[in-house]
Design a protein around this ligand. Structure first.
Ligand SMILES: NC(=O)c1ccc[n+]([C@@H]2O[C@H](COP(=O)([O-])OP(=O)(O)OC[C@H]3O[C@@H](n4cnc5c(N)ncnc54)[C@H](O)[C@@H]3O)[C@@H](O)[C@H]2O)c1
Length: 365
């Protein structure tokens, strides 16, 4: 039996973020393995879990954030916010979304604290990015709901209904990047009756999603070809990703300027810097701005507004990896060559250095 590890689950403090990293049943799993879990009071409230649910699962409740952050391992959803930087310390292991390529200030805070920071979004297995996928699924579904809503004239959109009407063509939707988020967004847009074009560098995905009916049209990601589709689009959804790196700029500013006034852009890739040149991060409190007459929605925590679904999906994906990380921390293997292969790609910062190659390259170190 390995040493008992104390795991902390703080309240999320990012703007309107209501998710929680672990459900009570996931907490119970850690407790069964002999570890201690400290959950901050109210952490699960937004996701439908009461403090009593966590107590019944065997957790201890902490009133103050500092109490929870004093744990050996802190598991949370979003990257530490500036108000949380003071909790970072050398003997802490952090496991959460980090998206460091677009977060130099946070990277600096992680490096100077000496914390061992493991990112959900760069953990890699044979299937891809298992801890990014659940939130990409939620964000992909949500992007269509949001995009369709902002096309409404009363929200500043051009007044096109996704499915059109008898004798009237549907909205044209262009999805950039047909991975987890993009392919689900494309399906959702098709489900609402829109005409959907998918763009990717991966030709196999273009074939697959064209042939299975997810897309009306598919297009290789080449600037001149992308420009033609974007110019005609009512809604562009950005979901291109190169893991760990800054997102590629697929849609340039002149392409955005060529769009009709009141068209809508939802750039999910904004957490990695955005794949649309005019995208800059927005919040759930203030989600949109207009540039070149186009409504931009670039919220970095889209799933935060669907905390029940998103927390359950995230926790289910995270708990297995967290259990391994906790064992590695207990046995001193974490962050060493003996680290469990199931954590591959996750360690981003350790001993004051950026250790993930793509993240290091994106940040020019
Ligand atoms: N904003 C949010 O709240 C939120 C939530 C979840 C996920 N995301 C983000 O959504 C993005 C997509 O995530 P995912 O899990 O779907 O990634 P994924 O790896 O499953 O898919 C990415 C796709 O982008 C394609 N791609 C790469 N370079 C491209 C280029 N130059 N042109 C066109 N396509 C290109 C890849 O081939 C791949 O098909 C990520 O940045 C992720 O962090 C954002």
């Amino acid at each position: 039996m390995s040493e008992r590890v104390r795991v902390g689950v703080p309240v999320e403090v990012k703007d309107r973020e209501r998710r929680v990293a672990l459900t009570p049943s996931a907490v119970h799993l850690l407790i069964e393995r002999g570890h201690t879990v400290v959950v901050q009071r109210g952490a699960g409230q937004g996701a439908g879990f009461s403090d009593d649910d966590y107590l019944e699962a065997g957790a201890t409740l902490g009133a103050a954030a500092a109490e929870v952050w004093a744990s050996d391992v802190v598991v949370k959803v979003k990257e530490p916010q500036p108000g949380e930087f003071a909790h970072l310390r050398e003997d802490l292991t952090l496991f959460c979304y980090l998206h460091l390529a677009a977060e130099p200030t946070l990277t600096e805070a992680l490096q100077s604290s000496g914390v061992a920071a493991y990112a959900f979004e760069t953990l890699t297995d044979v299937h891809g990015l298992p801890l990014l996928a659940p939130m990409s699924e939620v964000a992909g579904r949500a992007s269509v709901i949001v995009g369709a809503a902002y096309l409404s004239a009363s929200l500043g959109g051009n007044g096109t209904l996704m499915g059109g009407a008898a004798g009237v063509p549907p909205a044209k939707v262009v999805v950039i990047g047909l991975g987890v988020a993009g392919s689900i967004a494309a399906r959702g847009a098709r489900g609402l009756g829109a005409h959907v074009t998918g763009i990717d560098i991966d030709l196999e995905r273009l074939y697959r999603f064209r042939l299975d009916g997810t897309l009306d049209a598919s297009q290789a990601s080449e600037p001149a070809l992308v420009a033609g589709h974007v110019r005609e689009a009512d809604l562009v959804i950005g979901a291109a990703l190169v893991p760990g790196a800054l997102a590629p700029t697929v849609v340039t500013e002149p392409m955005v300027a060529s769009m009709r006034p009141g068209s809508v852009i939802v750039d999910l890739a904004i957490d990695q810097g955005g794949c649309i040149a005019t995208a800059r991060p927005t919040t759930l409190s203030d989600p949109t701005y207009v540039e070149h007459g186009v409504v931009h929605y670039c919220v970095t925590n889209v799933p935060g507004q669907f905390p029940r679904t998103a927390s359950a999906a995230l926790s289910a994906a995270v708990i297995g990896k967290l259990a391994i990380l906790v064992e590695d921390v207990a046995s001193g293997r974490a962050g060493t060559a003996a680290e469990h292969p199931a954590l591959a790609g996750s360690l981003n910062v350790a001993d004051g250095r950026i250790v993930h190659p793509a993240v290091a390259q994106a940040l020019g170190t």
